[in-house]
Design a protein around this ligand. Structure first.
Ligand SMILES: Cc1ncc(C[n+]2csc(CCOP(=O)(O)OP(=O)(O)O)c2C)c(N)n1
Ligand SMILES: [Mg+2]
Length: 571
C-alpha cells in the first residue's frame, strides 16, 4: 500500500521512511546541519507522525557502538546521524569495527549548506558553513562502508533509504553512509507518496553449493582427527543450533578462537575451548567457519597435508587486502544454512563411519574432562591472588549473570570461566581492532533488551577509549542501566605483551617499566560514574569482590547504573 505526507519537508519524508522501515532510534550528535531534522522531530511530537526516537549521544563513537549493540540485541539495524565532516571523523573508529564485524548501521551525516545567497531555505548562515565544506566528504568513510550516497533531492529519498537497507542487510552485511545536505532536507514536499511496506526486497542470503557440501562431507567422513575452528559464528539467531547439530552428529570438536559470540554452548560435549594450537599438529581436516584468522602462521599452523575447508557468507574476506590461509575447498554460504546442509550430508554417511565416530567421541570426552579440570585448577589458583586475577573477576561476574544475562568483553575476561550456555549472551565485537566500543555496545544491547542484565567489562585502557562520560550520560538520560566493570591493571597490558613478544630480552623487557605502556596509579574511575548519579566502587582485594558485585547489581536492578573499578593483575 502507499502512504502520503500531504505537505512538509524532505526531512519529514526521510524520518517517516526510516520509521516505516524499522528504525526505532536515531542515535544522533547534532550540529547546524540538523536544523530541518530537529524541526521535523518537534513537529512529529505534536502531530504524532511516526518517526524514530531521537537519542542525544554526546560522542559519535558511542553512537556507532550503540547502533552496533542494538543490532546485536534485536537483529535490526539502526540509524546514526552526526555533524558533517567533523562528526564523521569522530565516528571512524566505531565504524571500522562495525565494518569488520559485518554489522549493518545506517550511518549518516549532514552536509554543510552550499548555497551562499539564493533565497533557499537552509542556505549558508554561519562561518562554519564555509570551513566545513569538503571536496568529497564521503571519501572519509569510503573504505569502511558498503555503499555511500548523497541525497540529491526529495524525489529519490524512498529509493535511497531502501537502497541503504538492501545493501547493509544483504550478505555479507555491513554499514552504509548517506550524506544529507541541509538545503535538501529543508526543501518542501507536497503529496509525497511512498510504499509501505517497502517494495524493494533485500536479496536472499547465499546458500551453499550442494556439490561443494558433498565434497566437504566426504573429506570429513574420512578424517581421523577433524576439527572445526570459528570465531565469529553466532551472530545469526540459528547459528549456534546449526553448529551444535553438526558437531554432535559426527563428533567434531569445536574450538572457538577469539570468541566474538556464543557459537556453541560451552556445556556442549563438542565444545573444546578457545585455543586451537594444541589441536593443529594432529588435525587432518579443518573446517574454518566464519573466521578471518584461524591461526597465526608464524606461531602455529596445521601440518602441510591437512585439508582445509572454509565456510562463510564471504569466505574470501574480500575486503582484506592479503589473506593467505590455505583453502582446499571454500564454500560461500551463511553459516546456519551451510552447517545444516553439511550435517545432513554427513548424517547420510554416518552409518559407515559409526565405529570411528564412537571412538572419537570417547577420546574427546576424556580430553574435554581434562581440559575442564585444568580450567578449574586455574580458577582455584586465581581465587585469592593479590592483586586480583582476571579469572576471579570473570568467575564472580558469572555467578551473578544468570544464564540470560549478557556480558560484553572488551577486557581480559577469561571465557574459560564462564558458563556461556545461551546464544546471544556474549559479545566481543571490536572486530576492526579499534578500542572504545564496549560501553556503547552495552548500551545498545540494553536498549534492545531492556529486561536483561547487561554487564560491560572493559580494560582501563578500553574504558578511557570508550568516551566514558558520554556513555554514562546516555545510560542515565535514557534509563538504560548497565553494570560496567573496569579490569584496571593500570596499564595497556596488550602493548606490554606485544613488545615482549617482539623483543623478549630487549631493553624494554629488562626495564620492567616499559615506556608508553603504564598508567599512573590511583586513578578513580569509580568517581566518573558519579557525575551522573551512578553507583561507583573501587575494589582492591579478591575477597571483597563478591559483595561489591552484589551492591552494584542491586543498584542496577533499582535502575541506577554502576561501575566497579577492580584493581587487578596485568600480564
Ligand atoms: C583506537 C585504538 N587505539 C590504540 C589501540 C592499540 N591497543 C591495542 S590493545 C591496547 C591496550 C588495551 O588496554 P586495556 O584496555 O587496559 O587492556 P589490557 O591490555 O591492559 O588488558 C591498545 C592501546 C587500539 N587497539 N585501538
Ligand atoms: Mg589495562
Amino acid at each position: 500500500m502507499n502512504r502520503t505526507i500531504e505537505s512538509g519537508s524532505v526531512a519529514d519524508a526521510y524520518l517517516a521512511l526510516l520509521a516505516d522501515r524499522g528504525i526505532d532510534y536515531l542515535f544522533a550528535n547534532a550540529g547546524t546541519d540538523f536544523a530541518p531534522l530537529i524541526e521535523s522531530f518537534a513537529k512529529a511530537a505534536l502531530t504524532g507522525a511516526k518517526v524514530p526516537k531521537p537519542i542525544t549521544v554526546p560522542h559519535e563513537n558511542v553512537a556507532i557502538a550503540m547502533a552496533q549493540g542494538y543490532y546485536l540485541g534485536s537483529g535490526r539495524p539502526q540509524a546514526v546521524m552526526v555533524h558533517v565532516n567533523v562528526g564523521t571523523a569522530n565516528a571512524l573508529a566505531g565504524l571500522i569495527n562495525a565494518w569488520r564485524a559485518n554489522i549493518p548501521v545506517l550511518f549518516s551525516a549532514g552536509r554543510t549548506p552550499f548555497t551562499e545567497l539564493g533565497g533557499i531555505l537552509g542556505e549558508r548562515s554561519g562561518e562554519i558553513h564555509w570551513t566545513q565544506e569538503m571536496r568529497d566528504q564521503r571519501a572519509i568513510v569510503r573504505e569502511f562502508v558498503k555503499w555511500d550516497y548523497e541525497l540529491p533531492n526529495g524525489a529519490v529519498v524512498e529509493n535511497a533509504v531502501d537502497r541503504a537497507f538492501n545493501l547493509m542487510l544483504s550478505e555479507p552485511r555491513g554499514p552504509v553512509y548517506m550524506t544529507l545536505p541541509r538545503e535538501v532536507l529543508a526543501a518542501p514536499i507536497e503529496n509525497f507518496r511512498y510504499a509501505s511496506p517497502s517494495r524493494h526486497a533485500t536479496a536472499s542470503p547465499p546458500h551453499p553449493d550442494p556439490g561443494a557440501i558433498d565434497r566437504a562431507a566426504a573429506a570429513l567422513a574420512k578424517a581421523e582427527n577433524p576439527l572445526i575452528v570459528t570465531s565469529s559464528l553466532g551472530r545469526g539467531p540459528g547459528d549456534a543450533a546449526a553448529l551444535a547439530r553438526l558437531a554432535d552428529s559426527f563428533a567434531l570438536p569445536v574450538i572457538q578462537r577469539k570468541p566474538r559470540y556464543v557459537a556453541l554452548p560451552t556445556d556442549h560435549p563438542m565444545h573444546l575451548g578457545f585455543n586451537n594450537d594444541p589441536w593443529l599438529d594432529a588435525a587432518d581436516v579443518i573446517v574454518v567457519v566464519e573466521c578471518d584468522v584461524p591461526w597465526i602462521p608464524k606461531k602455529k599452523a596445521p601440518k602441510p597435508d591437512c585439508k582445509i575447508i572454509h565456510i562463510g557468507a564471504d569466505p574470501n574476506f574480500e575486503k582484506y587486502p592479503l589473506r593467505g590461509f590455505t583453502a582446499d575447498l571454500s564454500i560461500t554460504g551463511v553459516p546456519g544454512a551451510t552447517l545444516h546442509a553439511l550435517a545432513s550430508a554427513l548424517e547420510a554417511l554416518a552409518p559407515s563411519a559409526a565405529a570411528r565416530i564412537g571412538a572419537r567421541r570417547a577420546r574427546l570426552a576424556e580430553r574435554r574432562a581434562t581440559q575442564r579440570e585444568r580450567w578449574k585448577g586455574e580458577l582455584a589458583k586465581a581465587k585469592d591472588a593479590s592483586p586480583i586475577h582476571p579469572a576471579w573477576i570473570t568467575h564472580c561476574l558469572d555467578q551473578v549473570r544468570g544464564s540470560d544475562g549478557i556480558l560484553v568483553k572488551e577486557s581480559p575476561v577469561t571465557p574459560e570461566h564462564m558458563a556461556l550456555t545461551k546464544p546471544g549472551t556474549f559479545f566481543s565485537v571490536g572486530a576492526g581492532g579499534a578500542l572504545g566500543w564496549g560501553l556503547g555496545t552495552a548500551l545498545g544491547l540494553k536498549a534492545a533488551q531492556p529486561d536483561r542484565l547487561v554487564i560491560c567489562t572493559v580494560g582501563d585502557g578500553a574504558y578511557m577509549f570508550g568516551n566514558p562520560i558520554p556513555a554514562h550520560y546516555v545510560s542515565r538520560a535514557e534509563k538504560w542501566p548497565t553494570l560496567t566493570v573496569v579490569f584496571n591493571n593500570e596499564m595497556w597490558g596488550a602493548v606490554k605483551r606485544n613488545t615482549r613478544e617482539v623483543y623478549p630480552d630487549g631493553y624494554a623487557a629488562k626495564s620492567n617499566q616499559e615506556p608508553l605502556t603504564y598508567f599512573d596509579k590511583d586513578v578513580h574511575f569509580e568517581k566518573a560514574v558519579e557525575v551522573v548519579g551512578g553507583h561507583g566502587e573501587r575494589v582492591e582485594k579478591a575477597e571483597q569482590l563478591p559483595a561489591a558485585i552484589e551492591r552494584a547489581m542491586k543498584a542496577v536492578s533499582g535502575g541506577t547504573q554502576a561501575l566497579l573499578n577492580v584493581i587487578c593483575q596485568g600480564p
